[in-house]
Design a protein around this ligand. Structure first.
Ligand SMILES: NC(=O)c1ccc[n+]([C@@H]2O[C@H](COP(=O)([O-])OP(=O)(O)OC[C@H]3O[C@@H](n4cnc5c(N)ncnc54)[C@H](OP(=O)(O)O)[C@@H]3O)[C@@H](O)[C@H]2O)c1
Length: 264
């Protein structure tokens, strides 16, 4: 079964990652509205200005993936397409009420989602909520979002905001870990090529094991940690209460505070 037809508005880092994932999984003829992104393969097309969207194009779903500050401008230009459609907003810190206001009088069903960039390879996680959808609309959104990874429907926007610093931002924390491991590998004297190989391979291998194994992440960590061995010494540093546990709590709190600040 092909995925629904889309109007993807904004094809940057997040929109582009989603598009790549959807493209590989069979999308009904769709249109991207973006000033710069590459032209997609036929039958899909890109338009540079909203007035170039074919007037008879009736997407099943509009996906909004512009920066939060661009919400009003983007939605005001889409007015002819908003009535009766489903709008999935990927924007951080833009509430369903603010999205509805920016759609003016249109009878748009609004869905708020928080994806992440591993969607590009079908390994994303998307948190999603909407007060507007019936079963059919919810199934359509689930089909689209689950094509690029796991989907977590949550009951309200507070929960969506709570998951943003975990799964929305989370890939950045993991990539930072890979960066730091590579720097350490260089610092302890390994050649650059080896440093890159082992840092990336370790992070991606651990992720793949986590995905494949039924074990808890804590058990997988303990499996690496021989009593009184080498890993235990490293973890004594990282797991000290004022080290990673405190840093992660502060990071999540700061991200949530920034999200609230951007929303106000
Ligand atoms: N990046 C992530 O990991 C991530 C994760 C979850 C959610 N998000 C959310 O996704 C949204 C996009 O983030 P991003 O990182 O992908 O930003 P980005 O790379 O800047 O992408 C935004 C894209 O939208 C285009 N654009 C801006 N205004 C437009 C308009 N009126 N019509 C059509 N296209 C327009 C931009 O083009 P120009 O550059 O030419 O302006 C750019 O290509 C944000 O709201 C963010 O909160 C991002």
């Amino acid at each position: 079964m092909s995925l629904p037809s889309l109007l993807l508005v904004g094809c940057g880092k997040m929109g582009g990652a989603l598009w790549q994932g959807w493209l590989e999984r069979g999308l009904a003829p769709s249109v991207i509205l973006d000033r710069r992104c590459e032209a997609p393969p036929a039958p899909h097309r890109v338009v540079r200005r909203p007035e170039d969207i074919p007037a008879d194009f009736k997407p099943d779903i509009i996906v909004l993936a512009v920066k939060p500050a661009g919400m009003e401008e983007a939605l005001s230009s889409l007015h002819p397409f908003l009535d009766g459609t489903i709008l999935i907003s990927m924007l951080a810190a833009r509430t369903i009420d603010s999205l509805r206001a920016a759609c003016h009088e249109a009878s748009t069903r609004i869905v708020r989602a928080m994806p992440n960039t591993p969607a590009a390879i079908g390994k994303g996680v998307t948190g999603v909520c909407s007060p507007d959808l019936d079963e059919k609309g919810r199934s359509l959104c689930t089909a689209l979002l689950s094509a690029v990874g796991d989907v977590a429907w949550v009951g309200n926007e507070e929960q969506l905001e709570a998951l943003t610093p975990i799964s929305g931002c989370g890939p950045a924390y993991v990539f930072l870990l890979a960066e730091l491991l590579e720097k350490e590998a260089l610092r302890v004297g390994l050649p650059a090529e080896t440093a890159r190989l082992i840092a990336r391979g370790t992070v991606s291998g651990a992720g793949a094991l986590l995905e494949a194994s039924p074990e808890e992440s804590e058990t997988l960590r303990k499996n690496v940690t021989s009593p009184n061995g080498v890993t235990a010494k490293a973890l004594e540093v990282l797991m000290a209460p004022d080290a990673w546990p405190a840093a992660m709590t502060e990071a999540v709190d700061k991200a949530m505070a920034r999200s609230r600040e951007m929303a106000s």
